[in-house]
Ligand binder design. Structure first.
Ligand code: ADP
Ligand code: MG
Length: 316
C-alpha cells in the first residue's frame, strides 16, 4: 500500500457559501460553492486527503424562519433538526460541485457527506447564558405569545431591531462519527463533516439526544482534526489572517507565530469573541492535542496557505 498523504481538515467560513452582501438564493450559494470547490479540487488533485467542515449561520437562521413562519401549516421542528437539515442541503451542494470539478479533471475520488453529531455537556455553563442570536425578529407581542408556549426559550431585544432568540453555544467535546470519518478518509474519500459545527447532542445514560444549541464550527473542526489525527487544520475566512490591533491604524498581520506567543495575545484580549477568538482557540487546542500546523487564512489564498506562504501559520 502506498504511503498515505497527511490529512488536512479545512474549516470553511461563511463566505465560502454566502457573501456578506448577498440575499441567500440557491443560485448565489451554488455559485459560491462552485468556486470554492474549484480551489479544493486542486488540493485533492495534488494528493491531499481532505476533510471539509463548513459553517451554517445564515442557512440555519433561514431554516428556522421557514419552520416558524410555516407553523400554521406544518409543525415546526426543533433547532437540532434544523441543523441536520442544513448539513444535508449544504453537504449536497458541496458534494455535487466538488464531484463535478474532480470529474472534469479526470480524478476519481468519492465525495461524501456525513451527518455529524457533536457531543456537548448538559451542564456546560453556556446553557445558562445563551449568546448567539438566531432566526426571525419578533415583536413584543409575538415574543410574549411564544414564551407562553415555550417557557424554555430565551428571547431578547437585539440592538433596536426587534426581539430575537438567543441560543447557547456550548464547547464541543467529541465527534460521535469520528471513527467512520477516519475510515472514509483512509479510503481516499473526500469527506464533508461537522457542518455548522455539528448537531449538538448530549448523552443521557446510553442514549444520545439532540439539544437546542449551536456549536462554533472552528472549535468543532478542532475536535474532528484531533480525533482523526490530522496533521493540518486550515481555517479559511474572509480576512488575510490573524491581526493584532485589528481595525486600528496600527493593525499588524501575524504571519508566522508559535503557540505560546499566540496564547499570550489571547490572554491580553486581542481577539474578538465570536469571530476571531474561536479560530485562534481552535488552532491552539489543535497544536496542544498533537496537531502539527494550524493556519488561519483567506479562502482566496488557500493554495498558498497550504504551502505555508500565506495567512497566519501557527506551529508549536
Ligand atoms: P467565519 O464565517 O469565517 O467564521 P467570522 O465573521 O466568524 O467569519 O470571522 C472572521 C472575521 O473576524 C473577519 O471578517 C474579521 O472582521 C473578524 N476579526 C475580528 N478580530 C480579528 C482579528 N484580530 N484579526 C482578523 N480578523 C478579525
Ligand atoms: Mg465564525
Amino acid at each position: 500500500m502506498p504511503r498515505q498523504t497527511p490529512i488536512t481538515v479545512l474549516a470553511l467560513g461563511g463566505n465560502a457559501i454566502l457573501r456578506r452582501n448577498q440575499e441567500g438564493t440557491f443560485e448565489e450559494q451554488y455559485e459560491n460553492v462552485r468556486s470554492t470547490a474549484t480551489q479544493i479540487a486542486t488540493l485533492v488533485n495534488g494528493g491531499f486527503r481532505i476533510v471539509i467542515v463548513h459553517g451554517n449561520g445564515p442557512q440555519i437562521g433561514a431554516t428556522v424562519i421557514r419552520h416558524e413562519m410555516g407553523r400554521t401549516k406544518v409543525p415546526p421542528l426543533p433547532l437540532h433538526v434544523c441543523g441536520a437539515e442544513t448539513q444535508g442541503f449544504l453537504g449536497y451542494i458541496i458534494q455535487q460541485c466538488l464531484q463535478d470539478e474532480l470529474t472534469k479533471r479526470g480524478t476519481s475520488r468519492a465525495v461524501v457527506t456525513v451527518i455529524t453529531q457533536v457531543l456537548v455537556e448538559g451542564n456546560d455553563p453556556a446553557f445558562k447564558h445563551p449568546s448567539k442570536p438566531i432566526g426571525p425578529f419578533y415583536t413584543k407581542e409575538q415574543r410574549d405569545a411564544l414564551l407562553r408556549e415555550r417557557s424554555d426559550l430565551v428571547i431578547e431585544e437585539d440592538s433596536g431591531r426587534g426581539y430575537r432568540r438567543l441560543i447557547a453555544s456550548p464547547d464541543p467535546k467529541a465527534v460521535i462519527e469520528d471513527e467512520v470519518i477516519r475510515v472514509l478518509v483512509d479510503n481516499e474519500s473526500v469527506v464533508i463533516a461537522c457542518g455548522g459545527g455539528g448537531i449538538p447532542v448530549v448523552r443521557q445514560e446510553d442514549l444520545l439526544q439532540g439539544v437546542e444549541a449551536v456549536i462554533d464550527k472552528d472549535l468543532a473542526a478542532e475536535r474532528l482534526a484531533t480525533s482523526i489525527h490530522a496533521e493540518n487544520l486550515i481555517i479559511l475566512t474572509d480576512v488575510e489572517g490573524v491581526y493584532i490591533n485589528y481595525g486600528k491604524p496600527n493593525q499588524q498581520l501575524l504571519s508566522k507565530i508559535n503557540r505560546n506567543k499566540l496564547e499570550g495575545y489571547v490572554k491580553n484580549g486581542y481577539f474578538a469573541r465570536g469571530s476571531m477568538a474561536p479560530k485562534v482557540e481552535a488552532a491552539i487546542r489543535f497544536l496542544q492535542n498533537g496537531g502539527k500546523r494550524a493556519v488561519i487564512a483567506s479562502l482566496q489564498e488557500l493554495g498558498k496557505a497550504i504551502k505555508g506562504s500565506a495567512g497566519t501559520q501557527i506551529t508549536n
